[in-house]
Design a protein around this ligand. Structure first.
Ligand SMILES: C[S@@+](CC[C@H](N)C(=O)[O-])C[C@H]1O[C@@H](n2cnc3c(N)ncnc32)[C@H](O)[C@@H]1O
Length: 218
């Protein structure tokens, strides 16, 4: 049964008791979480990014990692549906002005457009369909602004050959559907593929349970 927003907020609120950032974000490992951020740091051209919105920002771990790499911005905006995660995010410093809004991206509005918008691990943990989320996300980007996402890949060979079953605690997607939804929302897809979060390797889509997409708003 599809999860409601209330279910998702309850899960992440309960996870806030956990001792480490990756457990609070419900990732399998710290390496997997930080490697997903590393991939975004690699693929996005940060030279043109002054305003960055991280959707499903949790406790701000991605902003903190970028700050640790010396990246500075005119504005960082985090959006998330889980209040306790945002409390943690607001308590950190990022070397750049940062604001955190309690909202679902599909109901959020911004007057000022962003140069980059990231969605790390959000589509699979959301009550809204990817097309709805990506349409809302694309509307927050200026023309030429960059979109990056990672999500769960239903096209993994281990599912096709029957070795494993998709974990029902996430939603799973085919890469073609995510590419199609991004493209329909006004994003030109520059790259989409499989990603091995534990080792940080980019691979063919069928070789991993995780897929990434990088694109540019038309
Ligand atoms: C797997 S966690 C990832 C958190 C963070 N991006 C990271 O990688 O550490 C997914 C996050 O998405 C948030 N979320 C789920 N649906 C959302 C939505 N529609 N809009 C904004 N945030 C959402 C959850 O509250 C949760 O914090």
């Amino acid at each position: 049964m599809p999860r409601t927003r209330e279910d998702i907020v309850a899960e992440y609120t309960a996870a806030d008791e956990a001792p480490t950032p990756h457990q609070r974000a419900k990732w399998g490992s710290a390496t997997g979480m930080y490697n997903r951020f590393r991939l975004a740091l690699e693929l996005i051209d940060w030279r043109s990014v002054r305003r960055w919105c991280d959707v499903g920002c949790g406790e701000g771990a991605f902003f903190a990692m970028a700050a640790g790499r010396g990246l500075r911005f005119d504005a960082l905006v985090g959006v998330d549906v889980t209040a306790v995660a945002l409390q943690r995010a607001r308590a950190r410093s990022y070397g750049s002005p940062a604001r955190f809004d309690l909202a679902a991206i599909e109901h959020w509005h911004t007057d000022v457009l962003f140069d980059a918008l990231t969605l790390v691990g959000v589509l699979q943990q959301s009550s809204a369909q990817p097309a709805v989320i990506l349409t809302a996300a694309a509307l927050c980007l200026r023309p030429g602004g960059q979109l990056f996402l990672t999500t769960k890949n239903l096209g993994w060979a281990a599912f096709a050959n029957g070795t494993l079953e998709p974990d029902p605690s996430h939603s799973w997607f085919n890469a073609e559907d995510i590419v199609q939804a991004a493209s329909a929302s006004g994003v030109d897809v520059e790259g989409c593929g499989g990603y091995l979060p534990r080792t940080g390797q980019r691979v063919a889509v069928h070789e991993s349970h995780t897929l990434f997409l990088h694109g540019v708003r038309r």
